[in-house]
Ligand binder design. Structure first.
Ligand SMILES: [Zn+2]
Length: 265
């Protein structure tokens, strides 16, 4: 059983396949680029938190999807984390550099014949440059009518509070109840003490405007949310919800008949 699950994971990873097999999967197989970050996650979580969490979501999604229904590129750990740079350990591509990197990955995939390209994101700071990148690539290939270029974040694919009543937060924060719970579920030995950490409210002030910010504007310790309420069972629930949500979303992409960018037929 375990061997067949490992084999299934391997069949879905671009890095495990020879080029003729990859070539045969294009053009209709969705190619998924998981994108995350290495950045500070408060006093109690490792800097690789976003990358570790997204890798676990991807692992679970692969077990849920039919074999061969999507091809996964290796996780890109370098994200846009300039807003965290004054905290040690943060590694960041500046926003323009990050946009260019994602544009180039789409060029590569299109060159190899792929038409359904999905960035699966696990870090809030990638969101704005990621959307900009898919927008820019669409403009550069404007003569094409067969491309589906998507940028999406895993925690937008489930509402975990609807199926579990003890979650204190109702949003994804940063090094918060939710992220701390998920690291507790997979790497508990890496989580520092949380009982004394103060709750840090989310929100930007001046909404609905979007405020330019650095992390110091919002938190001095580095977390946003309520990590003291974390528990590994909550983390397991979050992973389950997100893996199911993302798998369903990728299924929609695989079923897309290519009728046009604004149609799901
Ligand atoms: Zn995070």
């Amino acid at each position: 059983m375990r061997d067949s699950l490992l084999l299934k994971e391997r069949l879905m990873n671009l890095t495990d396949l020879p080029w003729p097999r990859i070539s045969s999967l294009a053009p209709d197989t969705p190619i998924v680029f998981p994108v995350a970050a290495i950045e500070q996650h408060g006093h109690h979580l490792p800097v690789a938190t976003d990358s570790m969490l997204l890798a676990e979501v991807v692992r679970r999604v692969q077990l849920l999807l039919p074999s061969g229904s999507a091809l996964f590129a290796p996780l890109q750990w370098l994200g846009n984390s300039d807003h965290h740079l004054h905290f040690s350990g943060t590694l960041s591509a500046d926003p323009r550099g990050y946009i260019d990197l994602l544009n180039r990955l789409m060029d590569n995939a299109i060159q190899h014949g792929f038409r359904r390209i999905v960035f699966l994101n696990g870090h809030g700071g990638n969101d704005i440059p990621g959307r900009q990148a898919v927008f820019e690539t669409r403009q550069r290939y404007r003569q094409r009518d067969d491309l589906l270029l998507l940028f999406t974040t895993y925690w937008d694919h489930a509402k975990p509070g609807e199926t579990r009543g003890d979650l204190v937060q109702n949003y994804m924060g940063h090094a918060c109840e939710w992220e701390t719970s998920m690291i507790q579920a997979i790497r508990p030995e890496l989580v520092g003490p949380v009982a004394e950490l103060p709750d840090v409210p989310a929100g930007f002030a001046f909404e609905p405007a979007y405020r330019g910010w650095i992390t110091d504007d919002r938190t001095t310790l580095g977390h946003i949310g309520a990590p003291r309420h974390a528990a590994p069972e909550k983390g397991e629930h979050l992973f389950e919800c997100y893996a199911r949500g993302v798998a369903a979303f990728l299924g929609r992409i695989a079923e897309w008949k290519g009728a046009g960018a604004f149609s799901e037929d």
